[in-house]
Design a protein around this ligand. Structure first.
Ligand SMILES: Nc1ncnc2c1ncn2[C@@H]1O[C@H](COP(=O)(O)OP(=O)(O)OP(=O)(O)O)[C@@H](O)[C@H]1O
Ligand SMILES: [Mg+2]
Length: 414
């Protein structure tokens, strides 16, 4: 057994080599990304040719320390004990090996010839789709990294943090499981985020397991989480160790990986103009609230903010105010507005429209787009997107991109 820390290209020259439960034979080639490390096991006398990239490493793996065999044992046991269709949820803290285990499960299901679905429900470190989306892929060949898969269906959650959107994350993940089953998947593997610490996180994870009618949970690298879930969940719960030696990603690496995936789905996309009348819009106070043309309120708002207010709307229990400005209003100004108008006061600024991530819905699936321009007079919106099909609705969230980086955070942008 050897361990390779990427980036590296590998060609099997003889014999059979196993990586993440996938079996590569003489002549097969595969790559290990610079953000990943894997162990390779020779299943027979085998030879490989490796070309190592910048900063990569190849070393002997200590078989006692190396969890690969245990992972395969756990995955094979879970799949063989499960009545199909089988829903398997992978859980664990950040960097525990969840995504690798999800790929391994997919490979082990494919070894048995079972149609397999992988759902990426980790909105912060999304691999199959862009961040903020939950995505479904139906792999028909070996997978070493979920990022190599193409999504067959996506849903826009609208945040890279699970806690503030926990309910929507649950319902959209459930929706994808249903779609995977309708598409004939025998094994559905769900990869999750690393938010597992604290009571709120635990409740959320238990809600997810129950809602998905999960057959088996595999917990990576957190014995306490394993024991707790074992008490809560009546189905099968298995534990698997995290690899001791591995490439772990810094906060900056994670940001870079998110940016790369926004770019993959959005960069170079053409602009599409959309008429908002007749579209269902979700997550936008501007487009969902009822225009409130009270000159007194408008005058008050403009005197407090010192800026023109081209739109004021009302929604049950609150106001949506648009301020013509390149930057957000001060928090003291917001407090004054909140004092003046009772209820929930949401203040948008026109300079914050461009770059907002949006989901274009065809009525079932969402496709990624990025706001280019909002015209408040005509209620039209221009969006950059590769999606060319019919649009039934729009979903807005908390993510706004500047140069494909999701640095700024707000509850509502549009
Ligand atoms: N058998 C192994 N030996 C060494 N490294 C491994 C092995 N299996 C996985 N890794 C590496 O461990 C690191 C963490 O794995 P992975 O990304 O699967 O974890 P994760 O829990 O999904 O992380 P995240 O919290 O970012 O979603 C990755 O660099 C992966 O390539
Ligand atoms: Mg992961």
């Amino acid at each position: 057994m050897i361990r390779i820390l990427g980036p590296a290209k590998i060609r099997v020259s003889s014999g059979i080599v196993s990586v993440l439960g996938a079996e590569f034979r003489s002549g097969d080639e595969f790559e290990i990304s610079g953000y990943r490390s894997y162990s390779l096991k020779a299943l027979s006398d085998a030879g490989i040719e490796v070309s190592l990239g910048d900063g990569s490493k190849i070393e002997r793996a200590d078989p006692f320390e190396e969890p690969l065999d245990d992972w395969i044992t756990v995955a094979d046991a879970v799949i063989s004990e499960c009545n199909l269709p089988c829903i398997i949820v992978v859980m664990g803290p950040v960097d525990a090996g969840k995504t690798s285990m999800a790929a391994l499960l997919s490979n082990r299901a494919l070894v048995r010839g079972i149609p397999t679905a992988v759902i990426d429900a980790d909105i912060g470190q999304a691999d199959i789709g862009p961040p903020g989306f939950v995505s479904l892929a139906m792999p028909d060949s070996w997978t070493l990294w979920l990022r190599e898969l193409s999504p067959v269906s996506m849903r826009f959650v609208g945040s890279i943090e699970p806690a503030p959107v926990a309910g929507r994350l649950l319902s959209l993940t459930y929706d994808l499981v249903r779609e995977a089953l309708e598409k004939g998947a025998g094994v559905v593997v769900v990869d999750t985020d690393g938010w597992v610490e604290g009571w709120g996180a635990l409740e959320h994870k238990v809600d997810l397991i129950r809602l998905l009618r999960t057959n088996a949970v595999i917990v990576l690298g957190d014995p306490d989480l394993y024991e707790t879930l074992h008490k809560v969940f009546p189905g099968s719960v298995r534990y698997a160790r995290s690899p001791l030696v591995r490439i772990s990603r810094s906060q900056l690496d994670r940001k870079t990986l998110r940016t790369a995936n926004y770019r993959r789905f959005l960069e170079g996309a053409p602009v599409r103009a959309l008429e908002l009348n007749g579209l269902h819009v979700h997550g936008s106070c501007l487009f969902s609230s009822i225009p409130y043309n009270d000159p007194d309120v408008k005058a008050k708002v403009e005197s407090i903010t010192g800026k023109p207010s081209p739109f004021i709307g009302k929604f049950p229990g609150g106001y949506c105010i648009v301020v013509e400005s390149e930057s957000p209003i001060e928090s003291s100004t917001l407090r004054s507005l909140q004092k003046e108008l009772s209820g929930d006061v949401l203040v948008l600024y026109t300079g914050g429209f461009k770059g907002v991530l949006v989901g274009l819905s065809d009525g079932l699936r969402d496709y990624p787009g990025i706001v280019e321009e909002v015209d408040l007079d005509t209620m039209r919106i221009k969006v950059r997107t590769y999606y060319e099909g019919p649009v039934r609705g729009l979903v807005f969230g908390r993510i706004r991109l500047v140069d494909y980086q999701d640095s700024a955070k707000r509850r509502v942008w549009i």
